[in-house]
Write a protein that binds this ligand. Structure first.
Ligand SMILES: Cc1cc2nc3c(=O)[nH]c(=O)nc-3n(C[C@H](O)[C@H](O)[C@H](O)COP(=O)(O)OP(=O)(O)OC[C@H]3O[C@@H](n4cnc5c(N)ncnc54)[C@H](O)[C@@H]3O)c2cc1C
Length: 400
């Protein structure tokens, strides 16, 4: 490949922050909230102009369960606060009445603690929470490089409408979903083995209202040849989500699938039209941190001395599974003041499918945000102090 050497240049220093959170999906929102509430000066850099990431711009508007499927809540604290915030101005479907209105155990078993929320209302609710906590939100801003000295990130390089600038950091939380900051900083990462099936979740309206179509919800093998879905998704290719050309191809294929499925086959009218397509690529698992500890499915019902929260398995086949989140799955071995939260925490491929969902993103976000306010270096944390603070803030650490 032909190469070009980028000329060296001086960059203005935008500011100095105790904590910079890169990425404003559910993980980034939880991390920024926890760090700011812990007393840190926090900057949240988000390359889009909305919060929520896949959970809003990606139209993935199902806040999966906070419970184990047997009537017991596992995820508390900010994970529950964000679920409630997402429906503060109305919900789309599956209101968890049994959980929010003191239902019986039987009712909690028959309706897991999840909800379908409205993306727009959720964005605004999360903005309000962050601003109340004193977080500075910088939209339209990509973190595109880092400067590392003696195993610590000193500055992040930002790119936005003003051009390039640097920001001086105490510590950094990588909530990019793709472990971008870990990758830039030379922290150990690994890519997902199988890649992602094409997804094309979209909204359409008809006489009955506005609906989410979870198009491409399943693996290709589960689709039935000859059906409308199968034909619209016929380019069966797997996407890894880390290459600009491939991501563009994926989004183009996703738009084409929506078009094939919806616009060609249905009669259009004012009561029947597309209302939204995703403005962020719908990739599930791309690149993640290789943490000090890597979670696996065998961690079900395992107790961790460094647990910083709990979560279940959202799948119907995972009912009754209970996981404690070890703090050591949230930071690596090379860069002291860098931690991750969200869909790029340290979990092997089968476990990744469990950890990537919104409640776990919020649980991990709260854990590292709280840690960021206790110590600049994530590897040197006083775990007891961190756990005490999390418990004080409503988090349940152990399955006892
Ligand atoms: C098709 C599909 C269906 C799914 N279904 C569900 C479901 O039903 N329920 C559920 O709970 N989960 C579901 N998930 C998973 C879930 O939506 C995501 O894994 C979760 O929302 C990820 O949150 P996150 O904050 O870790 O990352 P993301 O939501 O990916 O957020 C990352 C944010 O970082 C920003 N960013 C990225 N790089 C940079 C950078 N360098 N600088 C600045 N900003 C950056 C992005 O713009 C984005 O806003 C689904 C995912 C997909 C793709």
């Amino acid at each position: 490949m032909e190469m070009f050497i980028e000329p060296q240049k001086q960059l203005p220093v935008y500011g100095s922050y105790d904590t910079v959170v890169a990425g404003g999906g559910f993980a980034g929102v939880a991390a920024a909230l926890a760090a700011a509430r812990g007393g840190n000066r926090v900057l949240l850099c988000e390359k889009m102009f909305v919060l929520g990431g896949l959970g809003t711009a990606g139209l993935v508007t199902i806040y999966l369960p906070l419970c184990d499927g047997k009537g017991h809540q596992l995820s508390f604290g900010i994970a529950e606060e964000l679920l409630k915030a997402s429906i503060a101005d109305g919900y789309e479907a599956s209101y968890p009445k049994a959980w929010l209105e003191n239902g019986s155990l039987e009712e909690r078993i028959s309706h897991r603690y999840y909800v379908r929320y409205n993306a727009t209302a959720c964005v605004i609710a999360m903005e309000k929470l962050l601003l109340q906590a004193g977080v500075e939100i910088l939209y339209g801003t990509s973190v595109c490089e880092v400067s590392v000295e003696d195993g610590r990130i000193t500055h992040l390089i930002l790119e936005n409408k003003s051009g390039r600038s640097a920001v001086k950091v105490g510590n950094v939380i990588d909530c990019t979903g793709d472990a971008d900051i870990c990758h830039f900083a030379g922290e150990e990462t690994v890519n997902h083995g199988a890649g992602n099936v094409l997804a094309a979740w979209f909204y359409y309206c008809d006489e009955m209202g506005n609906h989410l179509k979870t198009f491409g919800a399943t693996d290709y093998g589960a689709e039935v040849e000859g059906t409308k879905e199968y034909n619209a998704m016929a380019e069966h290719r797997y996407y890894f989500g880390l290459d600009a050309r491939e991501l563009s191809d994926m989004v183009l294929a996703s738009h084409k699938s929506v078009h094939n499925y919806f616009l060609k086959d249905e009669k259009l009218s004012q009561n029947h039209m597309l209302t939204s397509i995703a403005s962020i690529p719908q990739v599930r698992m791309t690149r993640r941190l290789v943490g000090k500890y890597t979670m696996t499915k065998s961690d079900d019902h395992k107790q961790f001395a460094d647990s910083v929260g709990m979560f279940g398995n959202w799948r119907g086949s995972g009912i009754g599974e209970i996981y404690e989140l070890p703090y050591s799955a949230l930071y690596g071995r090379k860069v002291k003041n860098l931690a991750v939260a969200g869909r790029c925490i340290s979990a092997d491929d089968p476990m990744w499918d469990v950890t990537r969902v919104i409640p776990v993103c919020a649980v991990s976000g709260q854990a590292v945000g709280t840690a960021a306010a206790i110590s600049q270096d994530f590897c040197d944390i006083n775990i007891v102090k961190l756990q005490e603070k999390l418990v004080k803030d409503g988090v349940k650490l152990h399955n006892v």
